[in-house]
Design a protein around this ligand. Structure first.
Ligand SMILES: Nc1nc2c(ncn2[C@@H]2O[C@H](COP(=O)(O)OP(=O)(O)O)[C@@H](O)[C@H]2O)c(=O)[nH]1
Ligand SMILES: [Mg+2]
Length: 459
């Protein structure tokens, strides 16, 4: 697939910098280079050049790099101009290149062309965006692994297993006279079960990869003065929120990115949950409720020195009963201020899904915070930065893996009865189509558009 137009964009971030890079891709690159440089630079050699305006005057002086097709990022002829990183000079360069017939690129359009020309699959193109957006070193390392194709290779292996299965099932459709005997169906069922197991392993890995990319929204809630803001400051390692003995201090929602051993968290501090006549505080309480419904993990902070702290926990849940929080959001009860009652830090793990874990700590002295940090990691299923080997992944990938899993389950169910090869083949085809969406083997234009629209311009 080749594009007819030639696109241009500034590839470096807006603002002033030592160097600013303008990237041009498309069939007109040789002609555009003649226009702005006076000649086409030799392939892949950094060439000092004057970037010339239409009247021949010099807009900037810098390095020109020419990558002939197909050996470029997009697979098309690419020209990179490395000039000085000022917004005005870069605008002048852009205007000149547009006058030479280039069109301003849409977000992600360079990556989209790289995909269409077979330089990257979609999961790899997404990994480029994830590497740029990585919030922690562990997330960056996972993105590089996906970029180099490790995640795609695991998907391709699943696709190959499914192709093998389909070949056998479709043979039964094409040559019904050679009816498959029972042992043959048995072997197909075995292979199907093995494929299902590999798929589960890939999905578990993708979950962890997505966690590194998206991070975890940890929302702190609880009654006024329990020490919610103190806990945020303790987790952040700095004084982000105002702490005061006055109830109702926090009204706005505060968000603080926290790096938890490579796992990116966004810790959200909210107004204390109580009925109040103050309209500003009431708005804060309303917003706290809103945050709770978006949380990946809720920390209910309670004052351990208050006799009725336990009753408080039940009341807190009731406060949010309308509408209720999703049942699968983990909640942890944090009993704070243990320094005041001389208790030692401890964790009481949740005995069943309905009972939250309890952690006793002191936000003021920091004792017991380690228990909370470890608990947040375990509950998210994060193996820790030292685990290594993680690939970045996205929610979209997990959903596709789950869809494929459902079709494999349906296929297994068919095999349990007296199998109709046509129905079986259809389930396997649907599973394969779902997996193919991850790398882009089978992808609608609509999905492509949505994926690349999230990228930044110039990439
Ligand atoms: N002794 C002690 N005091 C605390 C602790 N955590 C918070 N406080 C105090 O409790 C009061 C309320 O704290 P704050 O973090 O503003 O509570 P919030 O209203 O829940 O955000 C402040 O005076 C804090 O200094 C703790 O662990 N130990
Ligand atoms: Mg507060």
């Amino acid at each position: 697939m080749s594009s007819t137009d030639t696109i241009v964009a500034v590839a470096t971030p807006p603002g002033r910098g030592a160097v600013g890079v303008v990237r041009v891709s498309g069939p007109a690159v040789p002609r555009v280079a003649e226009g702005i440089l006076g000649r086409l630079p030799p392939p892949r050699a950094a060439t000092l050049a004057n970037f010339r305006d239409v009247d021949g005057s010099c807009i900037d002086q810098g390095l020109a790099l020419y990558f002939p097709a197909p050996h470029s990022f997009t697979g098309e002829p690419v020209l990179e101009l490395q000039g000085h990183g000022g917004p005005v000079v870069l605008d002048l360069l852009l205007a000149r290149l547009v006058a030479l017939g280039c069109r301003l690129a849409r977000p992600g359009e360079f990556s989209e062309r790289a995909f269409l020309n077979g330089k990257l699959d979609i999961a790899q193109a997404e990994a480029v965006a994830d590497l740029i957006g990585a919030a922690t070193a562990a997330a960056a390392r996972a993105a590089v692994r996906s970029l180099s194709g490790e995640f795609s290779a695991r998907i391709d292996a699943l696709l190959a297993e499914l192709t093998g299965l389909r070949v056998r099932v479709e043979a039964a459709i094409d040559f019904p006279e050679e009816d498959l005997d029972l042992p043959s169906w048995g072997r197909i069922a075995e292979r199907l079960a093995a494929t299902r197991a590999s798929l589960d392993a890939v999905r578990a890995a993708a979950r962890q990869g997505a966690l590194l990319r998206d991070g975890l929204a940890v929302v702190i809630a609880g009654p006024p003065n329990a020490g919610k803001s103190s806990l945020l400051n303790r987790l952040a390692g700095e004084d982000v929120a105002i702490v005061a003995p006055v109830p109702g201090t926090t009204r706005d929602v505060l968000r603080q990115p926290v790096n938890l051993d490579g796992l990116p968290l966004v810790v959200v501090d909210t107004a204390g949950l109580r009925v109040t006549a103050d309209p500003v505080e009431a708005e804060g309480v309303r917003r706290a409720g809103q945050e709770l419904r978006r949380a990946d993990h809720v920390l209910y902070v309670l004052d351990a020195t208050e006799a009725n702290a336990d009753a408080g926990a039940a009341d807190l849940e009731a406060l949010h009963a309308q509408p209720p929080l999703p049942a699968d959001v983990p909640r942890t009860l944090v009993y704070n201020k243990i320094d005041l009652c001389g208790a030692s830090p401890r964790i009481e793990a949740s005995p069943d899904a309905a009972t939250p874990t309890r952690i006793y700590l002191s936000a003021r002295t920091g004792t017991g915070i380690d228990l909370l940090r470890a608990h947040l990691k375990t509950s998210a299923g994060y193996p820790g930065a030292e685990a290594g080997g993680l690939c970045s992944a996205r929610r979209r990938h997990i959903e596709a893996l789950e869809t494929a899993g459902r079709h494999l389950d349906a296929a297994a169910e068919l095999l349990g009865g007296s199998p109709v090869p046509e129905l079986l083949a259809e389930e396997l085809r649907l599973a394969q189509a779902a997996l193919g969406e991850i790398t882009g083997e089978f992808t609608s234009d609509d999905l492509l558009g949505r994926i690349f629209a999230d990228f930044c311009i110039g990439k």
